[in-house]
Write a protein that binds this ligand. Structure first.
Ligand SMILES: NC(=O)c1ccc[n+]([C@@H]2O[C@H](COP(=O)([O-])OP(=O)(O)OC[C@H]3O[C@@H](n4cnc5c(N)ncnc54)[C@H](O)[C@@H]3O)[C@@H](O)[C@H]2O)c1
Length: 510
């Protein structure tokens, strides 16, 4: 049994307080509004959850000091705009052994801090350093109040702290998962409300389920785009706090963001829509921060920008929807095709091995490799991932001199020794002519031919020899061609140095 105080007596705070009380914890609810505390303790009902009885064991107080003192866990459940002021008023009474949990979802407009960051910030100012766990997921209070099965994520950088909260909150109707990506969980929690507004606006305009599904899917894509740039984990976006919360908020009849959006889509002003909803509409609060983050991290967020245009700049919802639909066509893929082809090839290779296909896959790559910098080593590592046996072919001194018109800094033997010392490499052989590639494929029983994507397409003719031709993404910052140009141009033979791939005919048979 833990002693838990819930700060905030709104819909979510009271639903959680009842649940925690019913599973045997000692729970006190505090509110900044004394009249609210008086009404709750007198009626033992909450106006937004009229079907929910508040257990007798649940205590109420309007004294923040009494709420904080002697508790194990302090749960912040006020709307995001009141989190900073609430921490400030509670901070003098908080002791460092207490674990703080935040359930509010939002991002502060001027500081761009998430809710847990605001709490840490205010506690630090008061000379305190508590653990703050973000608790977030697809959790409508209306359903938790009825003990309907629900899942949630407890996030803290230290997994043991997240597991502590998991163990305190878990019960037959609430399954708790953990995550260490606090920022990702909080970014999802704040931004999904804006996508829910978009989903509501779309329904209000009379659009159907197709549009709603598109907004959810593409909305998640833009939240993830931003989150990944901020250093969040991709798993978080496909998890409960990510897509889970987004689905429920954008679809459910309980969602105020969805409801508020619907009214706006129907032609209500934002103020009237918020008034009609009668509870905090966090998506509207989160908009300024979302727009600033998109600019700061240079991430395109068309749906969030569209909602901002409608809500904060009086744009016509119909026109904005038309503009969204009429944008230039783009791909759904978030990675370059070459990365995807490479990953597919690695997965295919691993799957073959897992299925007991013991036939050794042999991979070959060509390069002068006179300077083994990070880009080249990375390429060799990736090439090795495509097979079991990696052959590296490096230019002989004579080939360099007579065909490429280059003088090498290191002899063939020196370069060979260097490449052989890399653990990914199984065999190093010389390249003596342009024509040998076709015959190498057969002589060394090659399955896969690999080159960097700076050569894209130039070796496709080798497919005729029955090998797979793969162009691997190069390390973007490192151009070996540029290095070679810088280094070799000083050593041209008769003023000619073939450092540009375009100057080289890779298939003399053609
Ligand atoms: N309701 C849900 O289902 C749900 C689920 C998950 C997360 N959340 C998040 O929890 C937070 C609270 O949501 P809610 O549904 O309880 O909102 P709500 O609108 O029901 O909360 C209103 C409450 O805020 C408190 N409050 C009002 N003025 C205050 C002030 N000046 N200072 C401090 N507190 C004040 C009062 O206790 C009031 O009852 C939001 O960030 C929301 O996104 C809500």
């Amino acid at each position: 049994m833990k002693r838990i105080s819930v700060l905030g007596a709104g819909t979510w705070g009271i639903a959680l307080a009842r649940m925690l009380c019913n599973i045997g914890h000692s729970v006190t609810v505090w509110s900044a509004l004394p009249a609210e505390i008086e009404e709750l303790s007198r009626t033992r009902q909450h106006k937004n959850l009229p079907y929910m009885d508040i257990p007798d064991a649940l205590l109420f107080t309007d004294d923040v000091a009494a709420a904080c003192e002697g508790t194990d866990i302090l749960l912040f459940a006020v709307p995001s705009v009141f989190v900073r002021s609430t921490v400030r008023s509670a901070a003098p009474y908080i002791t460092e052994s207490q674990v703080i949990v935040d359930v509010a979802k939002g991002i502060e407009s001027d500081t761009l801090m998430t809710m847990s960051e605001i709490i840490v910030d205010e506690l630090n100012k008061a000379g305190k350093c508590n653990s703050v766990v973000a608790l977030s997921g697809p959790t409508h209070a209306e359903e938790v109040a009825k003990d309907l099965p629900t899942t949630i994520v407890a996030a803290h950088a230290d997994i043991e702290t997240a597991e502590y909260i998991q163990s305190v909150f878990a019960n037959p109707v609430l399954r708790v998962y953990t995550n260490t990506d606090v920022k990702g969980v909080e970014i999802c929690g704040a931004l999904k409300n804006i996508i829910a507004l978009a989903s509501g606006i779309s329904a209000g305009l009379g659009y159907g389920d197709n549009a709603r599904a598109a907004l959810i899917t593409r909305g998640l894509a833009e939240i993830e785009r931003l989150g990944l740039k901020m250093g969040c984990l991709s798993d978080t976006f496909s998890g409960l706090a990510g897509v889970g919360d987004l689905i429920v908020t954008a679809m459910s009849k309980h969602s105020r963001n969805n409801k508020c959006g619907y009214l706006i889509g129907q032609g209500y002003s934002t103020d009237d829509a918020v008034k009609q909803v009668g509870m905090v509409v966090e998506g509207i609060n989160a908009l300024p921060a979302a727009i600033k983050l998109a600019a700061q991290y240079e991430v395109e967020m068309p749906i969030i920008t569209a909602v901002d245009q409608i809500i904060n700049h009086n744009a016509s919802a119909v026109e904005i929807a038309m503009n969204l639909m009429g944008r230039d066509g783009i791909t759904e893929l978030s990675k370059p095709i070459l990365d995807i082809n490479y990953e597919t090839a690695v997965i295919k290779n691993a799957a073959m091995r897992a299925q007991g296909d013991q036939s050794m896959k042999r991979v070959i790559t060509y390069g002068t490799f006179d300077l083994l910098h990070y880009g080249h080593i990375n390429l060799l590592r990736r090439a090795k991932a495509l097979g079991d046996y990696l052959i590296v072919v490096i230019s002989s001194d004579e080939f360099n001199w007579t065909e490429k018109h280059k003088k090498c800094y290191f002899t063939y033997e020196q370069r060979k020794a260097l490449v052989e010392s890399i653990r990914y490499v199984d065999l190093v052989i010389p390249e003596n002519s342009w024509t040998q590639k076709r015959s190498d494929m057969h002589e060394y029983h090659v399955d896969t031919f690999v080159m960097g994507d700076d050569w894209k397409g130039k070796f496709d003719f080798l497919k005729e020899e029955g090998v797979e031709v793969v162009y691997l993404p190069r390390t973007p910052e490192i151009s070996s061609s540029k290095m070679k140009k810088d280094l070799y141009d000083a050593n041209t033979v008769d003023g000619e140095s073939k450092t540009s791939h375009d100057d080289i005919n890779t298939d003399p048979d053609a």
